[in-house]
Design a binder for this molecule. Structure first.
Ligand code: PGA
Length: 253
């Protein structure tokens, strides 16, 4: 696991942008795994900028979302397909038909989950999986105490995650869906490389558990310690509970 500490959230977006833009430039047919939430927003802004100035295009690329809410109206602005559309489709060259999201509207969520897992497998796993991390250590919507080898499935959101996400739903937890379809930890493990980003003090405990804790279902992200190619970029606040943090790489992009 390569851990890089940067001074601020802006620097996080900039460095992650640099690394990802180089990967896309080297392989325009790249298959990206894309996260939602606030953390990757500055990274997506970097991709749009690089598209605007002609450095890269995702026209030939595919993107697979990590997860999708179950039961939101199809046109709900916080549905992850709609969020990713706004962030990436057109503005980075990504085509609508190459944006893959689990079907949260299916009458048969189990079949939808299996279909999604098969679609990712058909590409042999994604090339670069972008990840945020929940304050409780979740990646995707893989909440604590689930299987470390889970696959795409319907899952319940914890109270903590629903409270964290209420800010996207008029600050009311009651408006936040209770279920989602999410890639499993075993699905994420099939990614060829992963880029996990975290900023802010509220992520510090989860980052310490991810990087230096025992591998445990209590902190789902810790399973990434088994992944062969993970880069973790965190700001000083999110790094604040790491032991011997002076040993980590520090970059000022
Ligand atoms: P955030 O969410 O980027 O909005 O903090 C991350 C996550 O819950 O995975």
């Amino acid at each position: 696991m390569r851990v890089i500490i940067v001074p601020t959230r802006e620097a996080l977006g900039e460095l992650a942008g640099k690394l990802l833009i180089a990967r896309i430039a080297a392989n325009p047919r790249i298959v990206l795994g894309v996260a939602t939430g606030s953390t990757p927003e500055p990274l997506y802004a970097q991709l749009r900028k690089a598209y605007d100035d002609g450095t890269i295009s995702l026209e030939q690329a595919h993107a697979f979302a990590l997860d999708e809410y179950v039961g939101l109206a199809e046109d709900h602005p916080e549905g992850y397909r709609n969020v990713l559309r706004r962030e990436l489709v057109g503005s980075t060259g990504l085509k609508e038909e190459n944006l893959h999201t689990p079907n949260g509207h299916s009458d048969d969520p189990r079949a939808a989950a299996e279909e999604y897992e098969a679609a990712i497998a058909a590409f042999g796993g994604v090339d670069v999986q972008i990840l945020g991390i929940g304050a409780n250590g979740h990646i995707g919507f893989n909440e604590p105490y689930g299987s470390l080898n889970s696959r795409t499935r319907m899952a319940a959101l914890t109270e903590k995650t629903r409270a964290d996400n209420a800010r996207f739903f008029d600050n009311s937890i009651d408006n936040v869906p209770t279920h989602c379809l999410t890639q499993g930890l075993g699905t994420i493990a099939t990614s060829k490389s992963a880029l996990l980003l975290a900023n802010g003090k509220n992520k510090a405990e989860a980052v310490a558990a991810l990087v230096q804790g025992p591998v445990t279902a209590q902190w789902p992200a810790s399973v990434l310690q088994f992944h062969e190619d993970v880069t973790v970029i965190v700001d000083e606040d999110a790094a604040s509970l790491l032991e011997m943090s002076d040993l980590f790489e520090r970059v000022q992009p």
